[in-house]
Design a protein around this ligand. Sequence first.
Ligand code: ZN
Ligand code: ZN
Length: 416
Amino acid sequence: MKLHCLGSGREVGRSCFLLETDQRVLLDYGLKIFSKGGESKTNTLPIPYQGNLDGVFISHAHLDHSGLVPELYTRPFVHWFGTPPTMQISSILWNDSLKIMEDKAPYKKVHIARAEAHWTQMLYGQQLSLGDTDYKLYDAGHILGSSMLKATHKGKSLFYSGDFNSKDTRMHKGAVPPEGIDYLILESTYSDREHPPREETERTLISLIEETVDEGGTVLLPAFAVGRSQELLSILNARLRGIPVYLDGMSKAVTNLYLDNPQYISDPQDFAKSCDSAMFVENTQMRREATQEPGVIVSTAGMMEGGPALSYLMGLHPNSRIIFSGYNVEGTNGWRLLNEGKVFIDKNELEVSIPATYLDLSAHAGRSELLDFLKKANPQKVILNHGDKTQAFAQEIREMGFDAIAPANGDSIELP
Ligand SMILES: [Zn+2]
Ligand SMILES: [Zn+2]
């Protein structure tokens, strides 16, 4: 086996490896999304690979893993593999990113349609063989349909973790570490950080909401459309009483896909109740109503780089509060609000007096879970990706007695 790191080496975003056995397959094909006004295209796409491909595996729908799939169909066609939710959610996200990237997008609408037509369904536990290599998907516990991939060739196996969470959340059962594998590609997003206990975080969230509503304010929860919004709905339904909850933005369509795929969530009946108890914002009238009475609004965009979350900001009662529950990239409105109390709207700087807080509801394994996963998998070699501090983490893991590397983009790794 031979592995080429084409993206997500020593960084988060644009995940992509080329795995060579008798077959050449890509493990994920993601991008860093760039907006029309802002960033240039530099360093947002994986290193291009122009050779023949036998297949493409997509671990899950988040754009840093799936975002460039339509671009594959600007060339001779290849099949891509993933779970049904990965395909359905990716399709929503591709269409949305096309709108954001406009003419800077590396693909067009027609390529999305081709990508949809060239998807091959893969279910958890089902084996797929291409030539002399066998592939199998496992539940990653990260978002709806998220998967980890095992590739076996001539008695040697490689396991790609994608993004995973080994702890149970309200939406998903935790991922189970693999056994008897030779090589492990391990995501390292939280290699240097622990998550606070979920119970504690949920209590803090609820008490902040209750305090704010008591003072006549609204709590705005900017949330990623895939995963976080649904987890928030479940928490609110379980713990909050008598306070209206609104859901707005792309989360609505994605939440409907969660309802359509009950076998991919831990407690579908409970989730259906969570959705019933929330109001899906359908028009501007409802949007106005949402800010006129004290309550909670869950809305995209998670980093407030647009979407209804940003529009709501203007209409909030002065006693309101904004609570982020996901990662905010430096320079985004979410990051600015948390660090500087400002946002940029249409390139105008705007001071915001409403307080903004961050609560960690991450869907990634924290440091202890990463180490635990590694110890249980006990591979001959571990390859770290999807993290800002993979080199330091590799050093630590070597001191524990493992053979660990943190490849940079462009590096090739022989797996004997
Ligand atoms: Zn992800
Ligand atoms: Zn990711």
